[in-house]
Design a protein around this ligand. Sequence first.
Ligand code: 8GT
Ligand code: MG
Length: 315
Amino acid sequence: MIKRRVHVAAAAIFSSDGQQVLLARRPSNVDQGGLWEFPGGKLAPFETGFEALKRELHEELGLTIERAQPLIRVHHEYPNKHVLLDVWQVHGFSGEAYGREGQAVRWVALDELFSYPFPAANLPILRAVMLPTEYLISAEEDDDAVFLTKLERALKEDGVRLVQLRAKRLDEAAYIARAEKALALCREYNVRLLLNAEPELLERVDADGIHLTSDRLMTLERRPIAEGKWLSGSTHDRAQLEQAARIGCDFVTLSPLRTTPTHPDAEPLGWHDFQQLVEPAGMPVFALGGMTRHDANHARAVGAQGIASIRDFWK
Ligand SMILES: Nc1nc2c([nH]c(=O)n2[C@@H]2O[C@H](COP(=O)(O)OP(=O)(O)OP(=O)(O)O)[C@@H](O)[C@H]2O)c(=O)[nH]1
Ligand SMILES: [Mg+2]
């Protein structure tokens, strides 16, 4: 039997403060009944994803979309069909949402999403919804006080919400000391901190997760940290992206998009090759390498979660 292929447009509709998304419950008499979902449905013949999104949100919720951007595309094999979930983030709409087909509809806080039962394909979507569009990677800095001043500026003035502590020049004791201080600051601003370090370090510093170098990523056979923590990794090609998926990374950086002073000899991917790699990755991907916040819209247009950068945030 040939498996049916369905292309579905679905929406992560954000509240105006960005802290909640709108979920709907699938009626009990349909496929995956009773599970919660991002509202949407199948593309009609000759429709684009965005056209289908607008039509479905009007039919299902009575909403008119005003502003939307691609969030993530997820391919998933169900026993009876192959689904492509083409998910958009909606930040502007008019109307008051209600279940026009009798389905339950609910605004849910981002940090409560994991307590709702979703279809199996939805895990990457939940990660994408919970992650911001900017990922700060900290620069080498000898002095802890200077480090903290620059970090606080980025949290306060740039509104950064996700940070990776990268400090290759520090020995273990100095790294731990800096991580404790960075964590205290990040907690004040309600910001997530990932350690670019060995996974075991999470037992010493209770940060939000671990970022793996690509070399370290390739040596692992399974996810090295608990599900409740975030696991990200550095990738540069398809093999590394596949390994990140195999060991259950929550998201990755993919680099270098452009040539940078820190990695002058690395062959840049450019947007075209980057886009080819992103969709099959099956998880949120941050573009890295010469990126600034001006590139964020372009990155999202080719399927990325957003941009990761050292220089654009470190001032
Ligand atoms: N809308 C939506 N569909 C999802 C999600 N996750 C997921 O696996 N799917 C799957 O994608 C397909 C979407 O079909 P649908 O039933 O919403 O399509 P539709 O609105 O056009 O309905 P209809 O064709 O029954 O009228 C289903 O097989 C569903 O299980 C999700 O978060 N939102
Ligand atoms: Mg539907």
